[in-house]
Design a protein around this ligand. Structure first.
Ligand code: HEM
Length: 414
């Protein structure tokens, strides 16, 4: 099926994601009637939108046939041409394939293995307690997304990364400039998202260049030191790759997780009987966390490029074409999840969610993300008597990483 189909707007238009009901209605229509749909839109290199779980899973796990490379995220061609013209050429794990990818991933891998993450449990708990206390100090009412989820997840990742606490607001601003550039709230006085994006990338570069220099002359036991002094294939990693390595670890690790926490809590609070079940039996938390991550799907897509023709759902896609993997759609595929449009903390197969992707690029930080949510939620539920939504939640306008950016809540503390 080939068309410049208006349904393709749900992948391109950042504002479309802020209307979740409409977004998911269109995605369901695509899964049922056009699960592999070519989108040809003015200003965009055409792409095939893949919306069923089975296909997102298959493409993710066949890394030889479906490559990442440059432009792994959807945006207008003009934006990439402009970035290239001013010398901004992103190169992170996401943009690499094969041996180059494995070599670079191995550099930081040990920090993200389950055992290494488990060793940080005490530190994560301390940060979780600090933020539950902050909620209490705020008098039991807050914007849970901005007051708790964002700073908590930022603090956890920066504590391993090695960025000092006083620089966290800078990291936050930079991440929001990178992922939230299309959201009017983050644009501020700037006239357009591309200006915000380029300003942000330049500021990241400056910040990380001095961080790298510092960790080369004064190595410590943090992840920044490992990256700054990293060897790939027996040679020191070049400056360009080092700066982008810093950038991906600093950005991929907190907005994603904070959106899973804020949006997941919103969904959970709409089912008070499930909150009660979790309060009564904290062993249910792990499953609830997977359901929160399924439900929120904070990463909305990645692109893959075909090295050879492939057939998906009977549709032949030529070599060289690109595929958009829609994680939020795959996570609501009724062929995989019963009653997928209902949030169910007790869902038996919640752990089959595909929010972390799959194959060789499977999210490096998934263990961290899960642990962060698994740590703060029981502490929150143990601290409060009651907790409920206290206003209208607001969604970010973003077509790459997004979710609930404002979540007013009210709680009474035990
Ligand atoms: C709920 C939170 C998170 C979600 C939904 C998420 C989602 C994803 C997805 C979909 C991918 C690409 C997978 C693929 O292409 O198959 C990815 C990759 C990645 N994530 Fe996460 N992520 C989360 C948290 C984190 C955290 C806490 C970190 C820690 C720094 C992190 C670091 C990374 C890195 C470095 C990659 C690139 C891996 C590679 O290409 O080899 N993520 N993540």
């Amino acid at each position: 099926m080939t068309s410049s189909d208006p349904r393709g707007q749900i992948f391109m238009n950042p504002a479309a994601y802020a209307d979740q009901e409409h977004w998911h209605a269109v995605a369901k229509d695509l899964r049922d009637n056009a699960p592999v749909l070519k989108i040809e839109e003015e200003g965009y290199t055409p792409f095939w939108a893949v919306t069923r779980y089975e296909d997102v899973f298959y493409v993710s796990r066949n890394n030889d046939k479906f490559l990442n490379t440059r432009n792994s995220v959807l945006g207008p061609d003009a934006q990439f041409e402009f970035l290239g013209s001013i010398g901004i050429e992103p190169k992170t794990l996401i943009h690499m394939d094969g041996e180059e990818h494995t070599d670079h991933r191995n550099l930081a891998n040990a920090w993200f293995r389950p055992r290494a993450v488990a060793q940080r449990q005490e530190a994560i708990e301390q940060i979780a307690v600090e933020y539950v206390e902050k909620f209490r100090e705020l008098g039991g009412t807050c914007d849970f997304a901005q007051d708790i989820a964002v700073p908590y997840t930022l603090r956890v990742i920066m504590s391993i990364f090695g960025v000092p606490e006083e620089d966290e607001p800078t990291m936050l601003k930079l991440t929001q400039g990178m992922f939230g550039a299309a959201d009017p709230e983050y644009l501020g006085d700037l006239s357009d998202p591309i200006t915000l994006l380029t300003d942000t990338i330049q500021q990241f570069d400056d910040y990380f260049a001095s961080l790298a220099e510092d960790r080369r002359s004064h190595p410590t036991d943090d992840l920044a030191t490992v990256i700054a002094n990293g060897q790939v294939g027996g040679c020191p990693m070049d400056n360009h790759a080092t700066l982008w390595y810093f950038t991906i670890v600093a950005t991929a690790g907190h907005d994603t997780t904070s959106f899973a926490l804020s949006g997941g809590l919103e969904a959970l609070l709409r089912r008070p009987e499930q909150v009660a079940a979790l309060k009564a039996d904290p062993s249910l938390i792990n499953n609830a966390v997977d359901e929160m991550i399924r439900w929120t799907s904070p990463v909305r897509h990645f692109l893959r490029y075909l090295t050879e023709p492939a057939t998906l759902q009977g549709i032949e896609i030529p070599a060289g074409d690109r595929i958009l993997l829609s994680y939020p759609s795959a996570n609501r595929d009724e062929r995989m999840f019963d009653d997928p449009m209902t949030f169910d903390a007790l869902r038996p197969n919640a752990n089959r969610m595909i929010s972390f992707g799959g194959g060789e690029h499977f999210c490096l930080g998934s263990t961290f993300a899960r642990r962060e949510l698994r740590t703060i939620l029981p502490k929150l539920f143990a601290a409060v008597d009651t907790i409920e939504i206290d206003g209208q939640p607001e969604w970010a306008q973003a077509n790459f990483v997004g979710g609930v950016k404002h979540l007013p809540v009210a709680a009474t503390f035990a």
